[in-house]
Design a binder for this molecule. Structure first.
Ligand code: UDP
Ligand code: LCN
Length: 815
C-alpha cells in the first residue's frame, strides 16, 4: 500500500492567518474586532480577547467555524492586544520564547506585521500619544550574540550547560586549533601562586598528548589506591602538577577524560572533565538588602526565602567544595563569604556585626559592609526598593573588605535579587571573575504593566532603577540559575519572568527590543531544596522533636490572646489547614482567610492556622503589612472566624517551624500556599519535604513543583471558591478513605527526592562553575563587546536614574 505523499509547505505567518480569516469570515471578524475597538484606547488581556470571541460566536452555528479557524489560533496564543482606534495590535506568542506582532486596521481591513520596535512604539502611544521625538534609546543585545548558536526548541530552554558542552565539543572536534584554549586554560590554573594541573614542561597540545599517554601507562600499573604523593615526583617530570586526583585511580580517571576529549570530544566527557577541574576555592555571594542574619530575621519585611535559600546553599556548597577539593588531591581550604549590608540599628538581630560565622559550616562567614554616603553610614534598615543610591559605594567598599578577608580574588561571584546581581556584575566586571546570577523574583512580572506605566510606580518602587539593574545583570552574567522553567520562559499560556524582559518599553526612558533571549545557553534550571536537618518527613519518628510539642500546642491552642497569637480553635480534633508566609499583599494570606470564611463546609471540616506578620498594626512599620493586618481583622469579623481560625505572628525558630509542619501532618492536615504570584515558593518545598499534602498557587513556581492531583494540588487564588471546594473535597475524601492522604503525602516526598534537594543543587552548581568558567575563558573577546555596551548603559543611564532616588534619612525611613 502506498502512503499518501505529503507536500511540505511553509507554515502560514501570523499575518497570513489573520488575512485568511479576513477573507473567509469577513463579517464575523469585523464584528469581533469592532468590539475590541469599541472598548477604546487601552490594553486587553488574553481572557478579554477570548471572552469576546465566545460572545460573538454564541449560539450561532454558522460562526462556530471561526472558533476552529486560524484566527482563533492567533487569539489563543495572544498575550495582549493594544487598542488605539482604528488599530488593534496583537502580541502573539505561539510558544515559549517566540513572539510575533501584527496590527489590524479595523476600518480599512488591512493587516501588517510589526517589528518589535514598531510594536513597542505603538504601545508607547497609549501613554504618550504620538511621539514627536524621532530618537528613542533602543536597547538591543541581539547583535552581540548573533554569531553564537542557540537551541531552538522551547523544551531545551533552561538546559544551557548541555547545549554549551555540545557546542564546545563540536568546535573542538572540527578544529584542532580550538584545543589550544583548553591547554592555555589548564596551564593558567593557580591557587595563591601555586601551579595546578600543568607546569611549564607542557607547552603544546602534542606534548600534552604524549605526556598523558606516558602518565596513563605509568599509573595504570600502580595499585588504584596509591596516594598522589607517591606519584607526584614522576608526574611532575612529565609536566603534571597537583589537581588531578588524590589517588592513582582518580588521577587515571581524570587523565582518561582529558585524553578522550583531546581525541574525540563529546559533550558529557567534556562536562565531567571541566566539572571536576579544581577551579573554585573562594566564593562571594552577594545579597545586600534586608536583614541578613541567621536568627530572628525571618518574617521581617524583605527578609524571607532568599535568606533561607542562601544559608542552605552555602552549607551544601561548602560541603561539596570540601569533598571535591579533597578528591582532586589538594590541601586547600575553601571559603565562602556572604556579603551583605551592615545595619547599625539592628533591632535585636546580629546584622550590626561585621563578620559572623555561618552555623553548620567550617569556613564560611557573613561579611557585612555598611551603606555609606558622604553623610556617613546609614544606620537603619531601608526597603529593598530604596537601596539604589548606595550600591556603587557599597561595591567599592565590599571589594576592599573581600580582598582583606580572603587575601585573594574570588573564583566565583554569585548575585542574588536585583541589588545583589548588580553588585555582583560590578565586582565581576572589575575583577574578571565568573559571575552567576539568581533572581529569586523579578519584580516586573509581579506588578502588571509596571514597565509601560513605570512613572506611576516610581515614587514608591523606583522600578526604573530596578529594571535597568536587572537588564545589566542578566546580560553581564556568565550564567543564570533559576529555580524553575517558568521563571525563564513561563508556560504555554503564561510569560516567563525572564521572558518578560525580552521586549518591553518604559516610555520616556528607553525601549528594549532585545533585552534577553530565553534560548540563551546561559540559563540553567537548578532548583533549591529544604534543609534536611530541619525538614524531614513526619514518619521519621526517631528524628522528631517531640520535646517541642508542648510549646507547639500552646502556640496553636492556648486561649490567651496576645501579640503572638489571636483567635481560638474550638474543636482541636479537627485537621488543620496551615499556611505560613510574610504578610505581603502578594502572598495573599488574607485571600486564604476569605476563601475559608466563605465556605461553610470547609469551616466544618477543618480549622485554619496561619503564621504571618504581626497581628497588631502598632507593631508594624511596613506599608503593605499594615494594610494586610487591617484586612485580616476585617475578615475575621465579617466571617465570624473566632473559634475556627488561629493567627500566629511570624515565627523565626526554624527548627520549631519544621516540627510544626510535621505536627500538622500528624493530625491529617494540609499546607496551603495561596499567593497571587509566587516566584518559587520555599514553603511549598518545606511542607512537601515534611510529607504534608500541599495546595499551592498555580501562578508561578508551585505550578512546576507540584504535579496537580498527584504530588499535591494547584489552586487558583483568582478562583477562591473553587480552591476552597477543592480543599473541602480533599478532607471529605480523606474521611472516607484515610489512605488518600497518605498517597498524596508519599507522592509529594517522592517528588522532592527526585528534584528538590540541596545535594543535587550543589553538585550541579559546581559543574556549572567549571563549564562556564572555561567558556568565559574561550570567549573572552566576544564578551568584551557586550561588556563595553553594558558599561555605557550603566554609566549613561543607570547612574542618572539613581540620582532620582532620595537618600534615606535615619529616623525618617518608612519600612
Ligand atoms: N518563614 C519563617 N517564618 C515566617 C514566615 C516565613 O520562617 O513567619 C520562612 C519559611 O519557612 C521559608 C521562608 O521564610 O523558609 C519563606 O520563603 P518563600 O520562598 O516561601 O517566600 P519569600 O518570603 O521568599 O517570598
Ligand atoms: C523569593 C521569592 O519570592 C520566593 O518565591 C523564592 O522561593 C525565594 O525568593 C527563594 O528563591
Amino acid at each position: 500500500m502506498s502512503m499518501p505523499t505529503k507536500k511540505l509547505t511553509k507554515l502560514p505567518s501570523m499575518r497570513e492567518r489573520v488575512e485568511d480569516t479576513l477573507s473567509a469570515h469577513r463579517n464575523e471578524l469585523v464584528s469581533l474586532l469592532s468590539r475590541y475597538v469599541a472598548q477604546g484606547k487601552g490594553i486587553l488581556q488574553p481572557h478579554h480577547l477570548i471572552d469576546e470571541l465566545d460572545n460573538i460566536i454564541g449560539e450561532d452555528s454558522a460562526r462556530q467555524t471561526l472558533r476552529d479557524g486560524p484566527f482563533s489560533e492567533v487569539l489563543k496564543s495572544a498575550q495582549e492586544a493594544m487598542i488605539l482606534p482604528p488599530f488593534v495590535a496583537i502580541a502573539i506568542r505561539p510558544r515559549p520564547g517566540v513572539w510575533e506582532f501584527v496590527r489590524v486596521n479595523v476600518y480599512e481591513l488591512s493587516v501588517e506585521e510589526l517589528t518589535v520596535s514598531e510594536y513597542l512604539r505603538f504601545k508607547e502611544e497609549l501613554v504618550d500619544g504620538q511621539s514627536e521625538v524621532p530618537y528613542v534609546l533602543e536597547l538591543d543585545f541581539e547583535p552581540f550574540n548573533a554569531t553564537f548558536p542557540r537551541p531552538t526548541r522551547s523544551s531545551s530552554i533552561g538546559n544551557g550547560v548541555q547545549f554549551l558542552n555540545r557546542h564546545l565539543s563540536s568546535i573542538m572536534f572540527r578544529n584542532k586549533d580550538s584545543l589550544e584554549p583548553l591547554l592555555d586554560f589548564l596551564r593558567a590554573h593557580r591557587h595563591k601562586g601555586h601551579v595546578l594541573m600543568l607546569n611549564d614542561r607542557i607547552q603544546r597540545i602534542s606534548r600534552l598528548e604524549s605526556s598523558l599517554a606516558k602518565a596513563e601507562d605509568y599509573i595504570s600499573k600502580l595499585p588504584p589506591d596509591t596516594p598522589y604523593s607517591e606519584l607526584e615526583y614522576t608526574l611532575q617530570g612529565l609536566g603534571f602538577e597537583r589537581g588531578w586526583g588524590d589517588t592513582a585511580a582518580r588521577v587515571l580517571d581524570m587523565m582518561h577524560l582529558l585524553s578522550d576529549t583531546l581525541q574525540a570530544p563529546d559533550p558529557s566527557t567534556l562536562e565531567k572533565f571541566l566539572g571536576r577541574l579544581p577551579m573554585v576555592f573562594n566564593v562571594c555571594i552577594l545579597s545586600p538588602h534586608g536583614y541578613f542574619g541567621q536568627a530572628n530575621v525571618l518574617g521581617l519585611p524583605d527578609t524571607g526565602g532568599q535568606v533561607v535559600y542562601i544559608l542552605d546553599q552555602v552549607r551544601a556548597l561548602e560541603a561539596e567544595m570540601i569533598q571535591r577539593i579533597k578528591k582532586q588531591g589538594l590541601d586547600i581550604t575553601p571559603r565562602i563569604l556572604i556579603v551583605t549590608r551592615l545595619i547599625p540599628d539592628a533591632k535585636g538581630t546580629s546584622c550590626n556585626q561585621r563578620l559572623e560565622r555561618i552555623s553548620g559550616c567550617e569556613h564560611s562567614h557573613i561579611l557585612r559592609v555598611p551603606f555609606r554616603t558622604e553623610h556617613g553610614v546609614l544606620r537603619q534598615w531601608i526597603s529593598r526598593f530604596d537601596v539604589w543610591p548606595y550600591l556603587e559605594k557599597f561595591t567599592e567598599d565590599a571589594a576592599s573588605e573581600i580582598a582583606a578577608e580572603l587575601q585573594a580574588t574570588p573564583d566565583l561571584i554569585i548575585g542574588n535579587y536585583s541589588d545583589g546581581n548588580l553588585v555582583a556584575s560590578l565586582l565581576s566586571h572589575k575583577m574578571g571573575v565568573t559571575e552567576c546570577t539568581i533572581a529569586h523574583a523579578l519584580e516586573k512580572t509581579k506588578y502588571p504593566d509596571s514597565d509601560l506605566y513605570w512613572k506611576n510606580y516610581e515614587e514608591k518602587y523606583h522600578f526604573s532603577c530596578q529594571f535597568t539593574a536587572d537588564l545589566i545583570a542578566m546580560n553581564h552574567s556568565d550564567f543564570i540559575i533559576t529555580s524553575t522553567y517558568q521563571e525563564i520562559a513561563g508556560t504555554r499560556n503564561t510569560v516567563g519572568q525572564y521572558e518578560s524582559h525580552s521586549a518591553f518599553t518604559m516610555p520616556g526612558l528607553y525601549r528594549v527590543v532585545h533585552g534577553i533571549d530565553v534560548f540563551d545557553p546561559k540559563f540553567n534550571i537548578v532548583s533549591p531544596g529544604a534543609d534536611e536537618c530541619i525538614y524531614f518527613t513526619y514518619s521519621e519518628k526517631e528524628k522528631r522533636l517531640t520535646s517541642l510539642h508542648g510549646s507547639l500546642e500552646k502556640l496553636l491552642y492556648d486561649p490567651q490572646q496576645n501579640a503572638e497569637h489571636i483567635g481560638v480553635l474550638e474543636d482541636p480534633s479537627k485537621p488543620i489547614i496551615f499556611s505560613m508566609a510574610r504578610l505581603d499583599r502578594v502572598k495573599n494570606i488574607s485571600g486564604l482567610v476569605e476563601m475559608y470564611g466563605k465556605n461553610a463546609k470547609l469551616r466544618e471540616l477543618a480549622n485554619l492556622v496561619v503564621v504571618a506578620g504581626y497581628n497588631d498594626v502598632k507593631q508594624s512599620s511596613d506599608r503593605e503589612e499594615i494594610s494586610e493586618i487591617e484586612k485580616m481583622h476585617g475578615l475575621i469579623k465579617q466571617y465570624n472566624l473566632d473559634g475556627h481560625l488561629r493567627w500566629i505572628a511570624a515565627q523565626t525558630n526554624r527548627a520549631r517551624n519544621g516540627e510544626l509542619y510535621r505536627y500538622i501532618a500528624d493530625k491529617g492536615g494540609i499546607f496551603v500556599q495561596p499567593a497571587l504570584y509566587e516566584a518559587f515558593g520555599l514553603t511549598v518545598v518545606e511542607a512537601m519535604t515534611c510529607g504534608l499534602p500541599t495546595f499551592a498557587t498555580c501562578h508561578g513556581g508551585p505550578l512546576e513543583i507540584i504535579e496537580d492531583g498527584k504530588s499535591g494540588f494547584h489552586i487558583d487564588p483568582y478562583h477562591p471558591d473553587k480552591a476552597a471546594a477543592l480543599m473541602a473535597d480533599f478532607f471529605e475524601k480523606c474521611n472516607e478513605d484515610p489512605s488518600y492522604w497518605v498517597k498524596i503525602s508519599e507522592a509529594a516526598l517522592q517528588r522532592i527526592q527526585e528534584r528538590y534537594t540541596w545535594k543535587i543543587y550543589s553538585e550541579r552548581l559546581m559543574t556549572l562553575a567549571g563549564v562556564y568558567g572555561f567558556w568565559k575563558y574561550v570567549s573572552k573577546l566576544e564578551r568584551r563587546e557586550t561588556r563595553r555596551y553594558l558599561e555605557m548603559f550603566y554609566i549613561l543611564k543607570f547612574r542618572d536614574l539613581v540620582k532620582s532616588v532620595p537618600l534615606s534619612v535615619d529616623g525618617s525611613s518608612q519600612e
